[in-house]
Design a protein around this ligand. Structure first.
Ligand SMILES: [Zn+2]
Ligand SMILES: [Zn+2]
Length: 387
């Protein structure tokens, strides 16, 4: 009886542990698809720091100096500075230890050179080379926080950003599973342009928040949204995504009002504006006079209202490539002036507001709880709230 229930318990334990390792597949290591938004056919790969080896299928060679790799047929061709020239089905570049740094510069695309720590896999695809970096979660998160948060903010801002980016990474760990990696390095997932400068505070922001994520009232990882500047009021999550996200409710934000992206203006010819409104189904008689085309948005709303007709502001933002959907419309003699606030979708953490909060002495718990209602910041997986 005791033995039986123990066995059952053991089975459960094994099932749970394999579930964790399956879902969050040893979350201390991540696989990132590099240069995901580009098609890379050839690249120069250079070990910049430490000892490196390359493994071409089953053969291992020391890797030194510039290595030119390209897609030839269905194989990876690589050429070294020493005249070596070989091809293989899969090329791996491995550092002797975790301090090794490698540079990748794809050719014929304007993506520039990027530096990485970790193991680089180069795999031929029918169209282009697939570049996968296997690295530590910390290394990846430091790069994401630096790319998404910039280089000159306060440590508490970086910590808030690190916790949100970790939450996103855990929640979307399987997003690119079918392609052989966890997350890509583009804005499709989280922008990751490689290593930050060594010693940069973003590294500390990641280690000092190790394991911390944001969960909702049901203990689920939240949609860890952030944007550049909310313009004074954050957006309701419903305006940006479908689904119930009670933690993404509008917040009045005075911290970002003097931020770099607090305001914007755009001037559009009146004739173009009317042409656009016609395309949106606004009847001709409403466009005869300019009266009624003005629009004021003291608080965020969803629609530009013209009498009984409406046009979604999110659609206008997209169609005109505007910085935000939070704007007023003023009609002049022959031009329309759009006076806007903020930059980005507006939901979740306002980065410029959060930077200001950090500057004023708020910590990352205060910052996250200010922008997300009723959330818990906790070690994952775990239950207890961290003070
Ligand atoms: Zn992605
Ligand atoms: Zn704001």
């Amino acid at each position: 009886m005791i033995q039986g229930s123990f066995r059952k318990y053991l089975f459960l334990l094994l099932a749970i542990s394999s579930l964790w390792s399956g879902l969050y597949a040893d979350s201390s290591r991540v696989h990132i698809g590099l240069f995901y938004e580009w098609l890379v056919f050839s690249a120069v790969v250079t070990p910049e720091q430490g000892e490196w080896v390359m493994v071409a299928d089953s053969l291992t060679y020391p890797a030194q100096g510039m290595l030119y790799v390209s897609l030839v047929g269905d194989r990876v061709l690589f050429r070294g500075e020493n005249g070596m020239r070989r091809s293989c089905e899969k090329l791996l570049l491995k550092p002797a230890d975790s301090t090794g740094v490698i540079a990748i510069r794809p050719l014929h695309i304007p993506a520039g050179k990027r530096l990485y720590r970790g193991i680089l896999k180069i795999i031929p695809e029918p169209i282009g080379l697939k570049l996968i970096l296997e690295t530590s979660l910390e290394e990846y998160l430091a790069g994401v926080v630096y790319t998404e948060g910039g280089g000159s903010a306060g440590i508490e801002f970086y910590k808030a950003q690190a916790v949100l980016c970790r939450t996103y990474a855990f929640r979307h760990f399987g997003k690119h599973g079918a392609e052989g990696f966890n997350l890509c390095d583009g804005v499709h997932c989280q922008a990751f342009l490689g290593m930050p400068p060594s010693g940069h505070p973003v590294y500390r922001s990641v280690t000092q928040t190790r394991g911390l994520v944001v969960t909702d009232r049901n203990g689920e990882l939240i949609t860890a949204a952030f944007h550049s500047n909310c313009g004074g009021q954050t957006a309701d999550g419903h305006n940006v995504w479908i689904g119930d996200m009670p933690y993404l409710r509008p917040v009045q934000d005075t911290f970002c009002l003097h931020g770099r992206n607090a305001r914007w203006t755009r001037s559009v010819p009146l004739s173009d504006w009317k042409h656009y409104l016609r395309e949106q189904g606004i009847p001709e008689e409403m466009l005869h006079s300019n009266a009624g085309l003005d629009f004021f948005q003291p608080e965020r709303t969803d629609y530009y209202r013209l009498g009984n007709y409406t046009v979604p502001l999110a659609r206008i933002r997209e169609d005109w490539g505007l910085k935000s959907a939070f704007f007023d419309i003023g009609i002049g003699q022959d031009r329309v002036i759009l006076n806007g606030r903020g930059y980005g979708h507006g939901a979740g953490m306002c980065q410029e507001g959060a930077m200001k909060m950090a500057e004023l002495g708020y910590n990352f718990y205060d910052i996250i709880r200010y922008y997300f209602h009723g959330v818990t910041i906790q070690k994952f997986p775990g239950k207890e709230e961290v003070p």
